[in-house]
Design a protein around this ligand. Structure first.
Ligand SMILES: Nc1ncnc2c1ncn2[C@@H]1O[C@H](COP(=O)(O)OP(=O)(O)OP(=O)(O)O)[C@@H](O)[C@H]1O
Ligand SMILES: [Mg+2]
Ligand SMILES: [Zn+2]
Length: 242
């Protein structure tokens, strides 16, 4: 996380408390801790809802408005299912939503599903740093959870069971999950199974970001994806096979 992480201070003897209540160093210190514990990837550290450019498309602007509404309400049992092609801002919006909730006092966690599977695989190795149940409990107990890139791969039945258990427990305890995926709702169902899909749909606001250029290309300074390269008449093409 950031190098300028706030610290507790001498005035309170590094306890965060004064005789008549909390010291002013306590709140920024707690916020920095919650942000650190959220494990937001470095690439998305600057992703806030404020920083999100709503001029890219109508669907991205309305996705942004819904995310803001959910974030401002704080953790409830209503989650998000953010769908759309690559680079349209799904992860940026999910992180922005999580971040605002954390700034408003909630605790939360970011997990990319492919990385979760690697962590679980490692947990079975001898002398592993963390056990399978520790990994799962962290995800089940997080008051807000971002599950990024759901359905990116076809899952083994073990992976699917794990996801079902995590989402099932969260669902039972009415904790919201913010999910991003490259698949639309009808494509995602067959990939993750009907039970998981129906749990997700019941308590999630479905947001589809469509007709939005890949923002990564813009960040690289390249032409938007919807601008095709100019067509060259066959007469003017250079032939390499001549
Ligand atoms: N509307 C936007 N305003 C500002 N930055 C954006 C916007 N949309 C995307 N970005 C930035 O562009 C990059 C790609 O966006 P992001 O990773 O959120 O896309 P994605 O939809 O999650 O793509 P993928 O499906 O490949 O995971 C990120 O650095 C993100 O912060
Ligand atoms: Mg993403
Ligand atoms: Zn202090």
């Amino acid at each position: 996380m950031s190098e300028t992480k706030p610290e507790l201070c001498d005035a309170c003897n590094n306890s965060g408390w004064l005789r008549d209540g909390a010291c002013e160093c306590r709140e920024p210190w707690l916020l920095a801790r919650r942000l650190e514990e959220a494990e937001i990837p470095v690439t998305f550290e600057a992703s806030t809802l404020e920083a999100f450019d709503t001029s890219v498309s109508t669907s991205a602007a309305s996705a942004h408005a819904i995310c803001r509404g959910i974030a401002e309400r704080g953790p409830t049992d209503t989650g998000l299912l953010l769908t759309g092609p690559a680079g349209v801002g799904k992860t940026a919006l999910a992180v922005g939503t999580l971040r605002l909730m954390i700034e408003n006092g909630a605790a939360g966690l970011f997990v990319a599903v492919p990385k979760l599977h690697r962590r679980l695989q490692k947990s079975f190795a001898k002398g592993a740093r963390e056990s399978e149940s520790e990994v799962m409990d962290q995800l089940i107990d997080a008051p807000v959870l971002v599950l990024d890139e759901l359905g990116a791969r076809r899952y083994t039945s073990y992976s699917n069971d794990v996801l079902q258990e995590i989402l099932g427990e969260r669902y039972n305890d009415r904790r919201a999950t913010l999910v991003t995926t490259n698949y639309n709702a009808s494509e995602l169902g067959p990939r993750i199974g009907d039970r998981l899909m129906s749990r997700l749909r019941e308590r999630s606001t479905l947001i589809e970001i469509t007709d939005t250029p890949d923002y990564r290309l813009r960040l690289q300074g390249a032409a938007p994806t919807d601008q095709r390269p100019p067509r060259i008449h066959p007469r003017d093409q250079i032939r390499f096979d001549a």
